[in-house]
Design a protein around this ligand. Structure first.
Ligand code: 6GU
Length: 254
């Protein structure tokens, strides 16, 4: 996969050289290129922002450097005629694992990192395929969100994470939060690992893990539970929890 990032802070992307991502880049699984928006300015001050039309606080990113930077990315060529262009913004749609999976299927992504009050709307209208928010809080700019996007997307690419199963039952991939995990020693600080995990009964272990995921999701993220695919056994497990809200009908027949 090819990913181009356009930003006024290329230094923000140092973390992409380390850890899982760094190895994926070394191994040629991800071709990540970071571009400095200021290289597409043509005034001595290298200005990328200006006052908003209509007044109001803050500054807006000017369209000309963005058009030039994005055109240069396209003209530079890649594995498709054009990249899918994503703009991180708190006014975008929520980034979910479903969207991450969709983006991971693209051959070429470009991420346009805005700062200040945002990017001139014409840039977004002309170039963006998606405007994506990480959640209901405000960051100072799109760079951290771009790092999040790149990490979430690239770990789904074949060969990036060693164990494909570890991706398959992550929180959110199943529609539920993942339950607790334990390793040796079986007893520590007076706290014992749940006996079922030591039982060797794989059916019982799978049921316990599912029940813990259900319990955790019901407690912390009832909104997710309402959209999860729950079978009759899941609903029976949840019925025992005495939840303060009604359960949905089963989504999947047994
Ligand atoms: Cl994608 N950008 C900014 N600036 N703030 C955010 C965000 C993105 N997602 C949540 N808050």
């Amino acid at each position: 996969m090819r990913v181009d990032v356009v930003t006024i802070f290329p230094e923000f992307f140092g973390p992409l050289d380390v850890s899982l991502l760094g190895k994926a880049r070394e191994r040629g699984l991800v071709d990540l290129r970071v571009h400095d928006l200021r290289e597409r300015t043509d005034d001595v001050h290298r200005s990328v922002d200006d006052a908003p039309f209509g007044g109001g606080p803050g500054m807006v990113m000017k369209p000309e450097p963005w058009y030039a930077a994005l055109q240069a990315v396209v003209d530079g060529g890649g594995p498709a005629p054009r990249p899918r262009v994503v703009v991180p913004t708190p006014s975008g749609r929520l980034l979910t694992q479903a969207l991450v999976e969709e983006l991971a299927a693209e051959p070429w992504l470009a991420i346009a990192c805005g700062r200040y009050e945002g990017i001139d709307r014409r840039v977004v209208d002309a170039w963006a395929d998606d405007e994506v928010s990480l959640g209901d809080y405000v960051l100072a700019g799109g760079e951290v969100a771009a790092l999040v996007l790149v990490e979430a997307v690239t770990r789904l690419l074949p060969g990036v994470v060693g164990n494909a199963e570890s991706v398959a039952d992550d929180s959110h991939t199943t529609g539920l939060l993942e339950g607790p995990v334990y390793t040796r020693p079986a007893s520590y600080d007076g706290r014992d690992v749940p006996a079922v995990l030591l039982s060797g009964d794989h059916g019982a272990i799978a049921r316990w893990r599912r029940d813990e995921a259900l319990r955790r999701t019901a407690t912390l993220r009832p909104d997710l539970l309402m959209r999860a695919r729950l079978d009759a056994r899941d609903l029976a497990a949840l019925a025992g929890l005495d939840l303060p809200f009604p359960l949905p009908p089963p989504a999947v027949a047994d």
